[in-house]
Design a protein around this ligand. Structure first.
Ligand SMILES: [Zn+2]
Length: 247
């Protein structure tokens, strides 16, 4: 689904104007724009400073995950291209899983949308998405091709799925934090426990699972027919679950 938000149109313009290829080397891109990237001990996630010819993105040095850093830089580039070149932004809670926890300021939202599109443009992604129901291995190929996190790639792949057969759920500390799907009705509430018998509930109970894929009719009972459950352990607290309908 191609969106026509200003932030996304701007990102596509930049991709074309600067002939950006993928995987996108955002550090080199900033270097060519004369935007310096620095890291230090700040009390926000990041800042964009553009004053008197100095252009700088400053990132909190407590943020060490490379994919999160790239998303933050892309977010600040969003402010740079969308919100004026003689301006300073101070940003908090920049996250590639944006707009799933809480309402954020409009300019912050736009910067996130820009970042999401420039790192993994939907019009390019559509050419890579399979015509069949996706598994994590399909999403992993896309995450590797674009060099983005599996979580971020998973959200974009599921939101743009050609079959619309998948649901992505994200659990943290044994409770559901968000989910993403296109057309499947998901009657699960946020902060609910995983269904008994599911792989994800088994993982939180035993801290291990001996298989990755399970096909069950009853466990994810809002699905008609067979549901295939696959889990991806992000770390001991966070797990992604991919539920797909078996055709
Ligand atoms: Zn921002």
């Amino acid at each position: 689904m191609m969106n026509n938000k200003l932030s996304e149109i701007k990102a596509r313009e930049i991709i074309e104007d600067f002939n950006i290829t993928y995987p996108f080397d955002i550090y080199e891109f900033c270097y060519n724009l004369d935007i310096e990237i620095i890291e230090d001990n700040y009390n926000k996630d990041a800042y964009l400073f553009c004053e008197n010819g100095i252009k700088c993105i400053a990132i909190n040095n407590k943020i060490t995950n490379i994919n999160r850093k790239k998303f933050i830089i892309a977010h600040e580039l969003g402010h740079y291209f969308l919100h004026g070149r003689e301006i300073t932004f101070a940003c908090l809670n920049i996250n590639e899983v944006f707009n799933r926890y809480k309402y954020i300021d409009y300019t912050e939202q736009q910067a996130n949308e820009f970042a999401s599109e420039i790192l993994l443009p939907i019009y390019k992604l559509m050419q890579d998405l399979p015509n069949y129901t996706m598994k994590f291995e399909d999403i992993e190929k896309i995450a590797n091709k674009y060099k983005v996190s599996l979580t971020f790639a998973s959200i974009k792949c599921i939101e743009n799925s050609k079959t619309e057969n998948e649901i992505l759920l994200y659990y943290k500390d044994n409770s559901l934090k968000w989910f993403s799907t296109t057309s499947i009705y998901v009657p699960l509430s946020i902060n609910s426990l995983p269904p008994i018998g599911s792989l994800v509930s088994e993982y939180y109970r035993d801290k291990k699972v001996d298989r990755n894929i399970q096909i069950e009719k009853e466990i994810w009972d809002f699905i008609n027919g067979y549901a295939r459950e696959e889990i991806k352990i992000i770390n001991s607290r966070e797990i992604m679950v991919l539920i797909s309908i078996e055709n």
